[in-house]
Design a protein around this ligand. Sequence first.
Ligand code: PMP
Length: 465
Amino acid sequence: MNDIKTIAEKDRATVLHPFTQLKDFATGKIGDPTIVTGGKGIRIQDAQGRSYIDGFAGLYCVNIGYGRTEVAEAIARQAYKLAYYHTYAAHTTNELANLSDRLVRMAPGKPSKVFYGLSGSDANETQAKLVWYYNNLRGRPKKKKIISRERGYHGCSVVSGSMTGMSFYHDHMDLPFPGILHTGAPHHYWGAEPGETEEAFSRRRAAELEEMIVREGAETIGAFIAEPVLGTGGITPPPDGYWREIQTVLRRYDVLLIADEVICGFGRTGADFGSTLYGMEPDLVTVAKGLTSGYMPLSAAIVGERVYAVMEEAADRIGAFSHGYTYSGHPIAAAAANAVLDIVEKERLGDRARTVGAHFFKRLKERFAQLEIVGEVRGVGLLGAVEFVSDRQTKRRFDPQLKVGARISKAARDRGLIARAMPHGDILGFAPPLVVSEHEIDEIVELAYRATKQVMDELTKEAAI
Ligand code: PMP
């Protein structure tokens, strides 16, 4: 391996990093890149020899933890046997057939077929095309618009980035793409009127969705896409009754439901899928991240019976299904996914997320709920967030210039804990690997708490609180 300085220099000179202030990085103002060299269990190491608890499982993906040799061996075995073949024109591999069989058995809704991609973004791009395809084949060429939600995150390619309901993903990049609309976020803490119950708030959000559908014309609305639990938009479980109310509206106007299970899928919420937990019956399901725990890039658009039946029925008329990537159903990625899902099943990681998650929220509430700058502690399973505000009574936010969330995240990192500062205010997010123990949870909460206290002390000195 090169020495640290050489790696940093090469990287700074050549890598275009996502979500990095380019000038601050180029000029060294935000320091050298962190060179990640290894990982084991819930921890990663960097080239300086520092160790961190990864309280965010990479980007909510390394659910089985780092360094699982079973998966490495499955990848190697497949690479030796057959590193690549495509899935065009009815080619397959043993690993892919097995994976698809298991996904169709376990996915929510009425799954029929699985289309493979490499990222959550491209899988959602596929979902949009499937919605358009389905409605074209059904002779409803106008029923094409897709409704997403403010604060929803669905990726950053052209259509998935448009579905993402965060303006900074659109600005300067000519998004959103026409035909993608956004309705209100299911965020009770920020969205509810004073005294409005969760149930009443859910009914209001459903009524707003209905108004949008009627205003646009139901004959123009093809689908609604949503994460069961709002993820990057602030880690927010749906308010009570939300999915019941929303699905009633979707059924009334014959609008397909796309469940974006990229974060929630495979145990993160304490159930197999977020859809299962909240009684969602999606027509299309997007999975990625936990599917391979990040050991290989792989995503899937799982197509329900209702949509697939129309596609097959039209085939004599229109010919082949003309959509696919060179790497759709890559055999090494499929082998990794099978090995990962074996672990998820054998170690019952969904059940663990539920029980260890209950311990996590107990600790998080004990430590954080009383702090004067904490507005809300929320989450489900092993997906949690603490939201900081300058005044908990009036819910006044901190001045963004103070960068409170980012400072707490940085202070945690300096103590050896990765917990992510989320957009939309001052939010510290947690999504540890699902193999985390209760003892490690205690360590995570304690490190986050001390980091928060440190920043509170700084803010007091700065007379900001
Ligand atoms: N959907 C959701 C819910 C996500 O959280 C993400 C990624 N954070 C994506 C889609 C996009 O996945 P990718 O980054 O693999 O394109």
